[in-house]
Design a protein around this ligand. Structure first.
Ligand code: AMP
Ligand code: MG
Length: 404
């Protein structure tokens, strides 16, 4: 692959990155209880029918249906977990509760509100059709049905469904190890007294927190000084231990922007500039078997490029099929200024006013301003070719819930 001189559009950059993602690592089996958020390494199939037997959908009386139903003799009860095992004749009925097994010989349940009972004799008042109020065996799921396809990230509903279908263990991909570090002489840890001219490191905290949303093992390598040898040593070490390295800072064209040159000397740089706002400097390459994403230093750029590029790359590394983030078209509540030439993602607030979804930006969008995230609940995509957008213009909005 040749090094791109021209800044890459977001789509082209994402494709370049995804093309280099290797197949997910090994698979392990984990208890379904511990499988939340993990990625299925094989299709997970139901181990039983659900319901496993014909069952009542209501509290009532089970009996064998026929055209005209005379009084029925109640011969017993079938409760959830306590099935009725005796014989049920054509003139008999069995008291039954929701979820209880339908006794042999019965095919229909009359709901109790439609029934009267006197001296052990049942009269059904309401109309009842054959098989009413019965959940047939396997009506919900059949044994062998695929409940979670390979590549699916298991959510709480999947966990519940797998358990319901008798699956005790799920095959999942091993969590890839990802290193995260910040670079810059000016960076200090929160909790230390800030020297004049310094700032607190925020990117490592934000990125490590974002990584907690994914099934990865994070190795936090702290802050590196603007020192080529130190950066080279840290990246060389991390490239042996980790499948991906996320750095921030040190990738633009300033004198202390060393991450890029270290990638070039230790490995291979694929591209280092994006045609994106925010996020112009972004380096992608590899050192040995590890992929390296050098995110820009400005905190807003770090987070936005993480969401748009690092996140899908890591999802693919985890074995998930990459999917574009959920987006929805909404109207701008206020005008937005934009110079054609670069796709832009602004932080926005999506809200409904009298049933109409409207989106507005969080004000000044400078890429150092973390406060643009404070009220935000979405990103607003401004197309590359767009000029200034008037109030009421339709824009694509990416809610944060689809990005976290
Ligand atoms: P750089 O790309 O290293 O020149 O960084 C661009 C800007 O982002 C500079 O103003 C840096 O001080 C700032 N910056 C870099 N890394 C961090 C970080 N980890 N936390 C907060 N700000 C940062
Ligand atoms: Mg720097």
């Amino acid at each position: 692959m040749t090094l791109s001189a021209a800044p890459l559009d977001l789509d082209a950059a994402l494709k370049r990155i995804l093309d280099e993602i290797p197949a997910p690592a090994a698979c392990e089996r984990v208890d379904v209880e511990r499988a939340l958020g993990r990625v299925a390494a094989e299709d997970c199939r139901a181990a039983t029918d659900l319901p496993p037997f014909p069952a009542s959908a209501m509290d009532g009386y089970a009996f064998r249906w026929r055209n005209s139903i005379a009084d029925l003799r109640i011969v017993g009860a079938s409760l959830a977990g306590h099935p009725f095992s005796g014989p049920v004749g054509a003139a008999d009925a069995v008291r039954i509760t929701t979820g209880a097994a339908l006794p042999e010989g019965c095919d229909t349940v009359a709901v109790q509100e439609d029934c009267t009972v006197a001296d052990g004799v049942l009269q059904i008042q309401g109309p009842v059709r054959h098989a009413d109020n019965v959940r047939q065996m396997g009506q919900d799921l059949r044994c062998g049905d695929v409940l979670a396809e390979r590549g699916r990230r298991l959510n709480p509903f999947d966990i519940g469904t797998l358990a319901a279908a008798g699956v005790a263990e799920a095959p999942v991909f091993v969590r890839p190890r990802i290193a995260v570090l910040s670079s810059g002489d000016e960076l200090q840890q929160p909790g230390t007294a800030l020297a004049y001219g310094n700032i607190y490191d925020s990117n490592r905290y934000a990125v490590a927190s974002l990584l907690r949303q994914l099934p990865v093992e994070t190795i936090n390598l702290g802050v590196l000084a603007d020192d080529e040898a130190a950066i080279a040593e840290a990246l060389r070490q991390a490239s042996r231990d980790c499948r991906m390295i996320l750095t921030s800072g040190g990738v633009s064209v300033g004198e202390a922007d060393l991450v890029k040159s270290v990638i070039e000397s230790l490995g291979r740089l694929s591209f280092w500039r994006l045609n994106l706002k925010p996020g112009k400097p972004l380096a992608f390459g590899r050192i040995g078997d590890a992929l390296l994403l050098g995110l820009p230093g400005n905190p807003v750029s770090t987070i936005v490029t993480y969401l748009l590029l690092a996140r899908p790359a890591i999802q693919a590394l985890c074995g998930m099929r990459p999917q574009p983030p959920f987006s929805v078209r909404c109207e701008l509540a206020e005008p937005v200024r934009h110079k054609p030439g670069r796709e832009e993602y602004q932080r926005g607030v999506l809200a409904t006013t009298e049933g109409q979804a409207l989106v507005r930006t969080t004000g000044d969008q400078s890429s150092n301003r973390m406060s643009t995230f404070a009220a935000a609940n979405c990103l607003i995509r401004i197309p590359k070719a767009a000029g200034d957008l008037a109030q009421g213009s339709a824009v694509d909005v990416l809610p944060f819930w689809g990005l976290l």
